[in-house]
Design a protein. Structure first.
Length: 143
């Protein structure tokens, strides 16, 4: 049962995150990082992934509209599937930029840093997006 749930979560993550490319390689790297996560934290990795998604998922995205020779950044709400996909895309992109030698370790460290502290690059991107949307919420009428 546990393996079935884990494979379902992996397929959802890969479908949402990557449109083209080597999905099998990504699945193997995610499996490695989840096994490291289970060894380090002594907690089921799916619980940590759900904490990550709940902490990082954006409630909106910023669209740029041109109205009367001016550009406005308008926050637009997104559905749950898009929120989850965006959070995992941020995780993968920011883990690629880390300095560790193996991608599974980079992914693990970015995930743990995001869940435990707010100093990771992923959490900073999320906070910045929410800050911009709060600043520009008056332009929602242009949507």
């Amino acid at each position: 049962m546990e393996q079935k749930n884990q494979s379902k979560v992996l397929s959802i993550i890969t479908q949402l995150s990557i449109k083209k490319g080597k999905k099998q390689v990504l699945v193997l790297e995610i499996l490695k990082s989840l096994s490291f996560l289970k060894e380090c934290e002594k907690v089921h990795p799916i619980l940590i992934l759900s904490k990550f998604v709940n902490k990082i998922k954006p409630f909106c995205e910023i669209k740029t509209l041109r109205i009367a020779h001016r550009f406005y950044k308008v926050p637009v709400t997104v559905n749950l599937q898009k929120q989850i996909a965006t959070s995992f895309i941020w995780l993968f992109n920011n883990s690629k930029e880390r300095q560790e030698s193996v991608f599974s370790k980079r992914l693990l460290n970015e995930l743990l840093e995001t869940v435990k502290t707010n100093n990771s690059k992923t959490s900073k991107i999320s906070k910045e997006l929410h800050y911009v949307s709060q600043l520009n919420k008056m332009y929602i009428k242009y949507k």
